[in-house]
Design a protein around this ligand. Structure first.
Ligand SMILES: *Cc1c(COP(=O)(O)O)cnc(C)c1O
Length: 383
């Protein structure tokens, strides 16, 4: 079944009792047991709830996975997956990993004896060299935030399998309609469902998906034990948001490519980071493993002053953190998502003072370009 059809089928799960075509919001923490000896599928809502079950099944199916779990935030999903590891375990993690994941690894999990090595996963030799006797997993995030470095997923899977490691991939930036890591051999996919999956900048949510029953049991155990589950109202909103995922990703990624090409022509722009551009170093790998370059790009306008002029003068995009909504979002990584990094660390990750990130929404791309153009006209050229 084509993804667009599947999206609608998996999110439109009718209520058996009433025939309502949309899953009801089951606001119940406890479920009556009819039999003294044999309990039903649901007993207490932290352990399971009919609304959440429909949402979990939907995200699992979209990733071609068998087991899906929904969490209260993307970070809850990621940290719950990482909590399946134990004291003494070591993880190899992308050097360009999301800031919250970096924080959990460096300030929480390290205190519990789970260690890590950050590696630029584009360098396969470095990945091999980082493997220790206690290494258990490789943690991938591709394309990376905000400079859109591409990691070769099948190459990571190959290295991992050769050393009996599992692979985990944060698929937030692509969404399952543009990239399906499980199909490429990855063991666990995680999402900030706050972004493209929900798509409307209205909820915070996370997901973890796998095909491996043993890993599924471990994730479920942590989900139930720690309890960072997604509430039913937010699950319902997530299901509603996912219904348009296919058309949103198509519109936004087509627009992102058009905008990226336009940005390349602008004299003020010193660099455009978008793996959908043929000139991008990640282009070939991206096209092998994903449908297109996605809906997020970043570009450098040469200086902080120019970045400020652009941010202050655009009329259509929201100037804010986050991404993946129907509305275009312009953000300034040096002061927003990556503000915690020192200037040297920022430079090491390609985060220059003139760098802006653009999450392209579903507006008309020509309107977005016209808007960028009028804002660019207020700058002083850098080259
Ligand atoms: C936003 C984000 C997260 C964290 O998700 P929250 O829903 O904010 O907790 C993790 N990974 C990536 C790539 C993200 O963009």
């Amino acid at each position: 079944m084509n993804d667009w059809t599947k999206i609608i089928k998996v999110t439109t799960v009718k209520d058996k009792e009433s025939g309502a075509i949309n899953t009801p919001i089951h606001l119940s923490s406890t479920f009556q047991q009819d039999d003294f000896d044999h309990f039903g599928e649901f007993d207490y809502a932290r352990s399971g709830n009919p609304t959440r079950k429909v949402g979990e099944n939907a995200v699992a199916q979209l990733e071609n996975g068998q087991y899906g779990y929904l969490f209260s935030t993307g970070m809850a999903a990621i940290s719950s997956v990482l909590e399946t590891f134990s004291q003494g375990d070591h993880l190899i993690v992308s050097k360009f990993v999301y800031g919250g994941t970096f924080r959990i690894l460096t300030e929480v999990l390290n205190r519990f004896g789970i260690s890590h090595t950050f590696v630029d996963l584009r360098d396969l030799k470095q990945v091999e060299a980082a493997i220790q006797t206690n290494t258990k997993a490789i943690y991938i995030e591709t394309p990376s935030n905000p400079v859109m470095n591409v990691t070769d997923i099948p190459a990571m899977v190959k290295i991992a399998k050769a050393h009996h490691l599992i692979t985990i991939a944060d698929n937030t930036f692509m969404s399952p309609v543009l990239q399906k890591p499980l199909d490429l051999g990855v063991d666990i996919v995680v999402h900030s469902a706050t972004k493209f999956l929900s798509g409307h900048s209205d909820i915070i949510a996370g997901a973890a998906i796998t095909n491996n029953p043993e890993l599924a049991d471990k994730i479920y155990f942590i989900q139930n034990a720690v309890g960072a589950t997604l509430g039913v109202t937010d699950t319902w909103l997530l299901l509603r948001g996912i219904k348009t995922l296919g058309i949103r990703m198509a519109q936004s990624s087509t627009a992102a490519l058009k905008i990226a090409k336009w940005l390349q022509q602008q004299p003020e722009v010193t660099r455009v980071c978008y793996p959908g551009l043929e000139s991008d170093p990640g282009y070939r790998i991206q096209m092998r493993q994903a449908r297109n370059g996605g809906a997020v790009l970043s570009f450098d306008v040469g200086s902080e002053d120019n970045a400020r002029i652009l941010a202050e003068n655009v009329q259509i995009p929201e100037f804010s953190v986050s991404l993946g909504g129907v509305e275009s979002i312009l953000s300034y990584p040096p002061k927003m998502s990556h503000a915690e990094l020192s200037p040297a660390e920022q430079a090491d990750c390609g985060i220059t003072p003139g760098l802006l990130r653009f999450s392209v929404g579903i507006e008309d791309p020509d309107d977005l370009i016209t808007d960028l153009k009028q804002a660019f006209e207020k700058m002083t050229p850098a080259k």
